[in-house]
Design a protein around this ligand. Structure first.
Ligand SMILES: Nc1ncnc2c1ncn2[C@@H]1O[C@H](COP(=O)(O)OP(=O)(O)OP(=O)(O)O)[C@@H](O)[C@H]1O
Ligand SMILES: [Mg+2]
Length: 237
């Protein structure tokens, strides 16, 4: 079900402003791949480029071995490339359940709406209890769960997560990482951009460090967590 994602020499950015200068990265099928790096390194830009919200100027992106870099966003979603953007972007006036149902907009996912809703209710009992509440009245952490749940309603084969723990209280952030671990156990391919480097290395299999739009280093997360350079630069040790 899940699929691999590969970026090769990806150059891109915003119009004439180049941010990515040749990004090489592989998210293995069924694994969690971390994308870490300081503010402005280009993590969100990378995810937006994979999702098709920004064009690829040079290089290629393959999904399950097939090139996708020229496909429009909706076709990438149809294939299963689904992003949960930073900032959540939920619909404040709509109920929790309506927000979730909006995620099921691909024909593939629409047929399974009831099943997927049930799965998401199991994963997020807090959302189930609040299913008739307006999205805008949820707490920050609950809104992040809703954004995640909505992404899952589209039946991703690779899930692009941008800063899911940003701005959350420690307990809620911890819960979000537990959910990511649970999704990892289901074998979903995840590409996770995060500021919380320590937790991100704990929940991921492999990690890439992005610096000024280029991959500076990469390696197994378990190894990176013990790397003195990483500890000094990103873990405050
Ligand atoms: N819409 C935009 N137009 C022009 N430049 C942009 C735009 N959005 C982001 N940038 C620039 O692209 C660079 C990379 O930004 P990006 O958001 O990808 O970084 P990031 O690694 O996700 O950072 P953060 O950790 O703060 O989320 C930054 O210098 C930023 O100013
Ligand atoms: Mg970002």
């Amino acid at each position: 079900m899940s699929a691999s994602l590969q970026l090769t020499g990806v150059v891109g950015g915003y119009g004439a402003v180049r941010i990515l200068h040749g990004v090489d990265l592989t998210a293995e099928a069924g694994g969690v791949t971390a994308l870490i790096g300081s503010n402005g390194a280009g993590k969100s830009t990378t995810l937006r480029t994979v999702a098709g919200l920004l064009p690829v100027a040079e290089g290629s992106i393959t999904f399950d071995g097939d090139p996708i870099e020229t496909l429009p966003t909706d076709q990438r979603v149809d294939l299963g490339v689904v992003m949960v953007p930073e900032g959540r972007l939920i619909f404040a006036e709509m109920s929790v359940e309506e927000n979730l149902r909006l995620g099921a907009f691909t024909s593939r996912a629409r047929d399974n709406t009831a099943d997927n809703l049930a799965k998401i209710n199991d994963l997020f009992p807090r959302l189930h209890n609040r299913r008739n509440q307006a999205g805008g009245t949820l707490s920050g952490g609950e809104q992040q769960m809703l954004a995640l749940g909505r992404g899952l309603m589209a039946e991703p084969r690779v899930l692009l997560l941008d800063e899911p723990s940003l701005g959350l209280a420690p307990v809620m952030a911890q819960h979000i990482f537990e959910i990511i671990e649970e999704l990892r156990r289901t074998g979903l391919t995840i590409l996770l951009a995060e500021q919380d480097v320590h937790r991100t290395l704990e929940v991921s299999d492999h990690a890439y460090v992005l610096e000024s739009g280029e991959i500076a280093l990469n390696g197994p997360s378990a190894q990176m967590i013990n790397d003195p350079g990483i500890q000094e630069a990103y873990l405050g040790l």
